[in-house]
Design a protein around this ligand. Structure first.
Ligand code: MRU
Length: 365
């Protein structure tokens, strides 16, 4: 998608042909800064500290991280240990594990001197595939938006509520939840997005609003607790969120607070869709309650970064001194609260049967 008229992906190979460059998301929306990842440690740190974040982008970054590790040492011992090292950086988004499995399958049976080239080729293809997958998710989700738009009076926008950032900045391009929105907007269908600010890290206010604004999509930032009220007053036509992991029975892990939005949507008859690529489905689990939920540091809750008038960014304390804080980063929305899963293969009910029909090649347990 575009920033100031220039097309960007979120990750690309640098001109040296082996390191990668990424948009540093910890600096947004205050500064647009590109940072270089030159070692597997750089890639791991970028994932852990959320310089890169969002399930699909974490996966592609890890894939390139492994490429850089194999440049240093292409042995089997290095392959195993670096995969384990990268996988442990963030536990909930299953794309990370999927991407590393793909990389292992790509190189493990090759002679050592062929591994690096093969790894880079797979990582590049993974990035391209993610773009195409998100584009297709957009096409399928667009049909839902079109159907709602057809019920509107002239010029009235379709109001979409989204949580966290499942935009292009969380993927390689397009985004998952945002792809249908961008497509509708580009076709001239009036859309307006309610952007949950998404405490504690404010991915909505900082990132979703940044990217929607950069692309010219009308949107309004609301505090996380506003969604239920907006739905009660008929101001939300549908919710579309992304996800970090969907289990084989259709339970959905996503940024903390998603579950409450799904409950409010159910109570108010608002359709609640989850957009995802196949790389986010965990076929090994059949119960969302078994998903490991990342617990992040208390500082994310107790402190807040912000920009001063002179442009400098400072971090301030916002809580009672000395109080402890808990910070579960994700929650699980049971499949019964999900209207449908928007995938690159179409829209399915959020059930074992719905997923199995779209992906017959996977036999869930
Ligand atoms: O902790 P984050 O910012 O990586 O969490 C991201 C989300 O919850 C996204 O909604 C999810 O990864 C989908 S991204 C297409």
């Amino acid at each position: 998608m575009k920033i100031d008229g220039k097309h960007y992906r979120t990750i690309w190979l640098a001109s040296d042909g082996w390191s990668v460059e990424v948009i540093d998301q910890t600096k947004l929306p205050h500064k647009f800064e590109i940072t270089s990842l030159e070692t597997v440690e750089d890639a791991a740190r970028a994932i852990k500290t959320m310089q890169v974040r969002g399930a699909p982008l974490i996966g592609v970054t890890a894939a390139y991280g492994l490429c850089m590790a194999l440049r240093e040492d292409p042995s089997d011992i290095s392959l195993d240990s670096e995969i384990a090292f990268l996988a442990e950086q963030r536990p909930t988004a299953v794309n990370l594990r999927w991407a590393l499995d793909e990389m292992r399958k790509t190189v493990q049976n090759l002679p050592h001197d062929q591994r690096v080239a093969a790894a880079y080729a797979r990582a590049a293809r993974m990035a391209d595939e993610d773009v195409e997958t998100c584009r297709r998710i957009g096409e399928h989700g667009l049909e839902i938006i079109k159907r709602i738009a057809a019920t509107k009076k002239d010029g009235e926008p379709v109001n979409v509520l989204t949580h966290c950032n499942a935009g292009w900045i969380a993927c390689v391009d397009w985004g998952t939840a945002t792809a249908p929105i961008y497509m509708a907007h580009d076709l001239g269908i009036p859309v307006h997005v309610w952007v949950d600010e998404t405490r504690p890290r404010n991915q909505g206010a900082a990132l979703t609003a940044f990217e929607l604004g950069s692309h010219g999509v009308p949107h309004t930032i609301v505090v996380d607790n506003a969604g239920g009220h907006l739905m009660q007053h008929g101001k939300v036509d549908l919710c579309i969120v992304g996800t970090d992991r969907v289990t084989a029975n259709g339970d959905v892990a996503n940024k903390i607070g998603t579950y409450l939005k799904a409950l409010a949507a159910k109570d108010n008859g608002v359709p609640f869709y989850v957009a995802l690529p196949h790389t986010t489905i965990d076929w090994t689990l059949d119960d969302g309650m078994k998903i490991e939920i990342e617990e992040r540091g208390a500082d994310e809750v107790l402190k807040m970064p912000g920009r001063l008038k002179d442009g400098s960014v400072v971090v301030v304390e916002i809580a009672a001194p000395g109080s402890p804080a808990g910070n579960p980063a994700f929650d699980v929305t049971p499949s019964r609260l999900v209207t449908g899963l928007i995938t690159e293969r179409g829209v399915a009910p959020s059930t074992r049967e719905g997923l199995a029909k779209l992906y017959p090649e996977h036999q869930s347990r």
